[in-house]
Ligand binder design. Sequence first.
Ligand code: HEM
Length: 522
Amino acid sequence: MHKLFVEMTVVLSYWIYNILLTLIVIIVTYRLKNYIRAVFLALNLPGPLAYPIIGNALTVTNSKKMEYLGTNAFTLYGPLMRTWISIIPFIFVLDPSHLQTVLGNGKLTRKNMFYTLLHNFIGEGLITNNGEKWRSHRKLIQPYFHINALENFVTVFAETSSELVKRLAEVDEVKITEYINNWVLDTLHRAVLDIRITDEEYKHSPFRKGELIVPYRISRPWMLMDFIFKFTKSAHDEKKQKSSLHAFTKRVLDNKKKHGASTSTNFISLLDMFMTIAESNPSFEEKDIIDETCTFMLAGQDSVGAATAFSLYFLAKHQDVQAKVFKEQSNIFEDDSRLPNMQDLNEMKYLEQCIKETMRLCPSVPIVSRVLNEDVNLGEYTLPSGTNIFISPFVTHRMEYLYPEPLKYNPDRFSSENSSKIHPYGYIPFSSGPRNCIGYKFALLEIKCAISSIIRNYQIRLVRGKEELNLSYRITLRAKNGIWIKFMKRMNQKKLKDGDYGIITNFSTFAQNSRLDISIIY
Ligand code: HEM
């Protein structure tokens, strides 16, 4: 009897064990169903060599490999390329028609875990939020970025650009990236916060020295796990940075509340706009004002800095293009040294083509990312819900079938005649669709202001021995050792006749004799 009882217990335990195990397998498989589908998809797609555990993380830290891959990815692997960040597959979606399916779909606006990492730095703003919060904030903020509303900022852009030009009067050959970074910071402090970093009270603004930790974490996948990362010095530094950014913004906000509206009667800063939104929308709380302000301060910083510095690089390298830009400026301003207004900026069509071509070759934001929240069919493949995808303006902009001779700098690609032939999702420096860059018109006006002011006053050239552009890939694209520019004051600003370009006549003599500094306007 006792033996029978023991045997029955063993058999019963065996069945219970098996049923439990099967249940666990079913639950885990169900929970991980989409992950498993994404893994199978990734195993079927072509992509660069990946290593166990670290996946393709090593490529992220090698800028030469990144540039090679970025330029050749489509030729090597086709429209869908798989990569691995540790054990998580990430699919690059490269082709414009596929990008239209993803970016153009209002239901596929979800940012993935990388953006959640940014919460530790900027808080929860438009860039990182998802779902209803993102949708409602975007709806509330969007009207303030309408082109008519942006006229308000042109005076700030023009003033800071004119101050930049004055600072450049003292230099000959400089690392322009440093000057541009200071100009962007100055512009953003005035446009977003309505303060001047030259003021004693604000000269230690923490927005001057913010450093994103996210690229460090992505290149070391084990750092993506919060329970490891939170014990590191980087986590401590990041926390400190966030609290100083937020405390600074709160101080500016409190000052504004105490002293009333803007410092200048006509000007309305972004912070004023967020305060107005909060007044009529109780769900937009003080924390939202601060988070959004920090978000805009950071979104408009390196992105604009990179696009401006790269634009100057290409103009300095291509004297014929610079001459055409100068000619356009002369036609707009004649010999008047006034600051640009909105109408002037709208007339700078050729300059805009140059900026666009710069952002084709060197998009400030080389990669963005999403997580799909439903199955998506792209060509012969189905990307399962839950799949992480990368979208790379850098790669798409270098695809030969979209841009013949893709590495050639040619602003005429964006002439009104030619740009109508470009696929709407084949040019995406500001992303596209409902989650595109809300600040793109703001950015273009700002960049045009700076470059117009510089080219009206200086002929620019590359510095001998520092002509090469080495790219470095962080969240934004950068020039590894900065960009070096030589500034030569323009001698004559009279209106040029047709065919006159106001350039140095003899470039070969100039190249032989770098001390020759005289512009001859002919
Ligand atoms: C050349 C300059 C700029 C470039 C190339 C650029 C590029 C981008 C890109 C690619 C995105 C999409 C990011 C993603 O999907 O993950 C984005 C989003 C965003 N940008 Fe810009 N940006 C620039 C300037 C600015 C400026 C000046 C501001 C603000 C003043 C700004 C504010 C934002 C915000 C708030 C978002 C998030 C929009 C949303 O998700 O609803 N950007 N930007």
